[in-house]
Write a protein that binds this ligand. Structure first.
Ligand SMILES: Cc1ncc(C[n+]2csc(CCOP(=O)(O)OP(=O)(O)O)c2C)c(N)n1
Ligand SMILES: [Mg+2]
Length: 678
């Protein structure tokens, strides 16, 4: 029997409770977005009451369904649902919506609100996170499910809005989801034909979203009465779940600000409180007491509690299945436990090689290390944006990820960098595994919004970027990163590592994998770099401290310090040798990561960069912005503050002044100036 027939009155009351709680909280905050919760309450209610398998008693239960409110501006919708479902989000928290330190921030924030699976707000990101979660579900199912032991088997549901579907990232993500046949992914589309500035006729009038998603390979349905048609929504969600070979889009036609006599159907209800009088009128129109605020009847509370029982029963049944699986698969269970606890199973790094002599591009070293880690760590997979041959991030002989079976460990993201970033975030949000991405460094710009969310949410994603400087050469300025290091270093919470040689690359991967709460950006070279003889200079283990003394003069205190990153460290070493021949002893500091260096105590930092040695030169093939903090006012920064050019990489290095001679000259100039100044 459909819910519209079975419980019409109480179901309606539950929907109205979601609506009125939402507008009351927004009114009290005098800030927020009432239009979406008023319009999308019915679909959200049907989903949560009848389909979403979750248990407020254990919001992190691994096999729960995932729900992502991609249209994060409608945050009061999810807060009302969480509150009514019995999550640790009491009414007082709803009353302090959008206030300092409340658990009800303006947009849903992962880690701050129990039951919020992803931070959303930048439109489109959540829809791609959902694809990542569905990918993770399949991958874990492929790894851990055994005949008779189905321990990973859940659904991913996302609520998306017009704005979400206008954003390019959602198109990238949906195209890939269709290609992969992610049958356990469902979008509910709040199709209200209105966005922030006005009706869709302003900018979204000709697009046939249903046809577009069908063309992506999705199963598409439309519910015409999303404002009241609970039964129709239920039928559509049932059909979406029955289609397991394709992801599903359920287009639910709604009225923004439904119930508000003067603002419904209009963008005026999108992002501002309705106003006291309009709230009264809205409650009246919805058949609720216009004077009551934050009112929830006992019937409504009981009905929500009854709905949640489905989830708690499912969790109990899962616990039993999991226990039986654990008995049968103790080794797999140990691996599962480690990952679930943010750890890695012992021995994960046993195959990481030591590199000796010769030269090797750090992208090649990165590929070898990545594969060595993957050989010991099965729940580790990732992919690239159609550049695996160049980035060397392909997991050799590990097959292509299959969205049905979950087998295969290379996700071919295609040329979809933005979605790749957000899908990797979704994989990390899901938990239970580790992941990475790969593309050219210059295209980090295409991933930056997702990387920012990874940093904000402490997601353990390793973002690998290769072709890290003008040394890219012939492809020219469009492919040559300049400001990218500076720009990513400006992002709070992101660790940027640019290793100098193969062994630093190994240490960079080791460090990155050791982090369960920090995204890391690995910046690797296309060109070969000398593998330093670590018997002659310091161990690459120094990488973990961000900067370390790679080499000091054979005797005497250094008269100057050369600080370099990545490919420029070998230039610094060449300059050091040349200076030594001229009787000038200098120190070479390899500084692969500013962020890690800043985390060291003051005494270590002073050991590496002694304050009394002010003759300092930084060398990095990127924008010089920020280097003054290490070279000081007296120092020199050799970098590039303009775009590159199309020519062989070594020619560009010479033309743009990345030569040992220039470093030598800079040191000599600094020292002679110091003499004159004395
Ligand atoms: C990437 C991004 N650009 C712009 C915004 C600002 N913004 C918030 S909601 C919105 C559009 C709202 O339209 P829709 O998604 O249809 O939501 P509705 O008004 O129907 O609730 C915009 C432009 C945003 N949050 N993210
Ligand atoms: Mg809209």
């Amino acid at each position: 029997m459909l819910m519209s027939e079975a419980h019409a009155a109480v179901d309606r009351a539950c929907v109205q409770a979601i609506r009125t709680l939402s507008i009351d909280a927004i009114e009290r905050a005098n800030s927020g977005h009432p239009g979406l919760p008023l319009g999308a309450a019915p679909m959200a209610y049907v989903l949560w009451q009848r389909f979403l398998t979750h248990d407020p008693a254990d919001p992190a239960w691994p096999d729960r369904d995932r729900f992502i409110l991609s249209a994060g501006h409608g945050s009061m919708l999810i807060y009302s649902l969480l509150h009514l479902s019995g999550y640790d989000l009491p009414l007082d928290e709803l009353k302090s919506f959008r206030q300092w330190q409340s658990r009800t921030p303006g947009h849903p924030e992962f880690g701050h609100v129990p039951g919020v699976e992803a931070t959303t707000g930048p439109l489109g990101q959540g829809s791609a996170n959902a694809v990542g979660m569905a990918v993770a579900e399949r991958f874990l199912a492929g790894r851990y499910n055994k005949p008779g032991h189905n321990i990973v088997d859940h659904w991913t549901w996302a609520l998306v809005s017009d704005g979400d579907l206008m954003e390019g990232i959602s198109a990238e993500a949906a195209s890939l989801a269709g290609h992969l046949g992610l049958g356990k992914l469902v979008y509910l589309y709040d199709a209200n034909d209105v966005s922030l500035d006005g009706p869709n006729s302003l900018c979204f009038s000709t697009e046939d979203v249903a046809a577009r998603y069908r063309a992506y390979g999705w199963h598409v349905q439309t519910v015409t009465d999303g404002d009241e048609g609970l039964g129709d929504i239920e039928i559509a969600l049932e059909a979406a779940r029955a289609e397991t070979a394709k992801p599903s889009l359920v287009i639910v036609k709604t009225t923004i600000g439904y119930g508000s006599p003067n603002k419904s159907g209009n963008c005026s209800s999108h992002g501002a409180p309705l106003g006291t009088e309009e709230v009264r009128l809205t409650k009246q129109a919805l058949g609720c007491d216009p004077e009551a605020e934050f009112a929830v009847s006992d019937d409504v509370r009981k009905h929500f509690a009854d709905g949640v029982k489905r989830g708690s029963e499912a969790r109990s049944a899962w616990k039993q299945r999991f226990a039986a699986w654990r008995d049968q698969e103790p080794e797999l269970a140990a691996e599962w436990d480690a990952l679930a606890g943010g750890e890695l199973p012992a021995g994960w790094d046993a195959a990481i090689p030591d590199f000796e002599g010769g030269s090797m591009a750090t992208r090649d070293a990165g590929g070898k290390v990545l594969n060595a880690i993957a050989s010991k760590l099965a729940p580790f997979f990732g992919g690239d944006a159609d550049l695996g041959c160049s980035t060397k991030t392909t997991l050799v002989d590990q097959g292509s990820f299959n969205g049905q079976s979950g087998l295969g460990r290379n996700v071919h993201y295609g040329v979809r960098e933005h979605a790749m970033g957000a899908i990797a975030n979704g994989i990390a949000y899901h938990g239970g595994l580790r992941t990475f991405t790969g593309t050219f460094f210059v295209f980090s710009d295409y991933m930056r919004p997702a990387m920012r969310l990874a940093a904000m949410n402490e997601l353990p994603v390793t973002f690998v970027f290769t072709h890290d400087s003008i040394a890219v050469g012939e492809d020219g300025p469009t492919h040559q990163p300049i400001e990218h290091l500076a720009s990513l270093r400006a992002m709070p919470g992101l660790v940027v590592i640019r290793p100098a040689d193969a062994n630093e690359t190994a240490e960079a991967w080791r460090w990155s994998m050791g982090q369960s709460k920090r995204p890391v950006t690995l910046v690797l070279s296309r060109q070969k770099l000398t593998t330093f003889d670590r018997k002659q200079c310091a161990s690459a283990k120094g990488l973990a401290r961000g900067a370390y003394v790679l080499c000091d003069p054979a005797e005497g205190a250094p008269r100057a310090i050369l600080i370099a990153t990545g490919s420029e460290v070998e230039l610094a070493m060449a300059a050091k040798d040349a200076l030594q021949e001229q009787g000038i002893g200098v120190r070479v500091v390899s500084m692969p990561s500013w962020e890690l260096f800043e985390e060291q105590d003051a005494s270590y930092r002073a050991e590496v960069l002694p304050p009394d040695c002010s003759a300092r030169v930084s060398i990095e093939a990127g924008a010089t912005q920020g280097w003054k903090q290490y070279v000081g006012d007296a120092g020199v920064s050799i970098g590039i503050d303009h775009y590159g050019a199309s020519a062989p990489g070594d020619v560009l290095y010479t033309k743009f002044g990345f030569t040992a001679e220039r470093i030598v000259q800079s040191v000599r100039d600094l020292l002679s100036r110091a003499v004159i100044e004395h």
